[in-house]
Ligand binder design. Structure first.
Ligand SMILES: [Zn+2]
Length: 287
């Protein structure tokens, strides 16, 4: 048994509606990191990902529903994408998500199981954010790596930057895939707070485009744009600084909800975000 039935079902549902998932690489424990492409392979592409932080798996449920929405539109003949497409990666951190539900139960390697269990002894597994190597993937990227205010240099449930920059499988898989498809924009879904981040060290054109995408995302979702806090080593940070790709981090779910967000929070999040990837693609295509 992996994850839980809710997440399994969300992938099954998307597949039943016609989603074709393919693997872009393996996690630390060897699970596939799945991706689904919608639209045309020609022209500009965007990349949308979720669940880089384990406890934020609500973003996996959201992205699978975004895929279903676009497939249904396509089926009705209402999706006219002669050029432009969207790559969706619903779950960057499958091992971590499994730990949130099952602790170290499904880890076969004795050594890793012991390390994870040691950390879980002092913390609630439901609040787990890292991967199964106890590294926080979203502080492991090569963008001001290790300079964040909340960064940690010891393994744990969150904020551990890793033994070295881009040490993790998941980091490398996402980086390599992004370099390969060269998206014109990226959206990183996290929870929670109903806010949008876009600022990071970048050239002025990238920053300007990111700001305009943030404004669009804010208009669609109703979320507030906030100026950057102490972010470093994140995927959005890496895309902005190293690849000059305008990129957003979007935190779904009201701030007063508790982690992990539950299925009953999903309808509201869907209402705010269902159409956003298509709107961002349309905007990117118009630039
Ligand atoms: Zn997060």
């Amino acid at each position: 048994m992996q994850y839980n039935s809710e997440i399994q079902n969300s992938f099954y549902r998307a597949k039943l509606k016609g989603a074709k998932f393919f693997s872009i690489g393996k996690s630390f424990l060897g699970r596939d990191i799945l991706c689904c492409h919608i639209g045309s392979m020609q022209g500009k592409q965007i990349l949308v990902h979720g669940a880089i932080h384990a406890r934020e798996y609500i973003t996996t449920l959201l992205i699978n529903r975004q895929i279903e929405y676009l497939l249904a539109k396509q089926k009705r003949g209402n999706l006219d994408l002669q050029v432009g497409g969207i790559y969706f990666i619903p779950m960057v951190n499958p091992d971590g998500v499994d730990i949130v539900f099952n602790g170290a139960e499904n880890i076969n390697c004795k050594l890793i199981k012991e390390r994870v269990n040691k950390i879980l002894e002092k913390s609630n597994k439901q609040l787990f954010k890292a991967n199964a190597n106890l590294v926080d993937i979203n502080v492991n990227f090569d963008a001001k790596w290790g300079e964040g205010k909340h960064n940690k240099t010891v393994e744990g449930t969150e904020n551990y930057i890793g033994a070295f920059c881009e040490s993790e499988n998941e980091t490398k898989v996402l980086k390599t895939f992004t370099q390969k498809i060269k998206p014109s924009a990226t959206v990183s879904y996290h929870s929670k707070g109903e806010v949008i981040y876009y600022k990071f060290k970048s050239d002025s054109l990238t920053l300007k485009e990111a700001r305009s995408l943030a404004k669009l995302a804010s208009a669609v979702t109703g979320y507030k744009i906030v100026s950057q806090g102490s972010s470093s080593g994140g995927f959005k940070d890496y895309c902005m600084e190293k690849l000059s790709i305008p990129s957003l981090t979007i935190e779904v779910g009201r701030d007063d909800l508790t982690h992990p967000l539950s299925k009953k929070d999903l309808p509201h999040i869907l209402q705010q975000n269902l159409k956003l990837p298509l709107r961002i693609l349309e905007k990117v295509l118009s630039l």
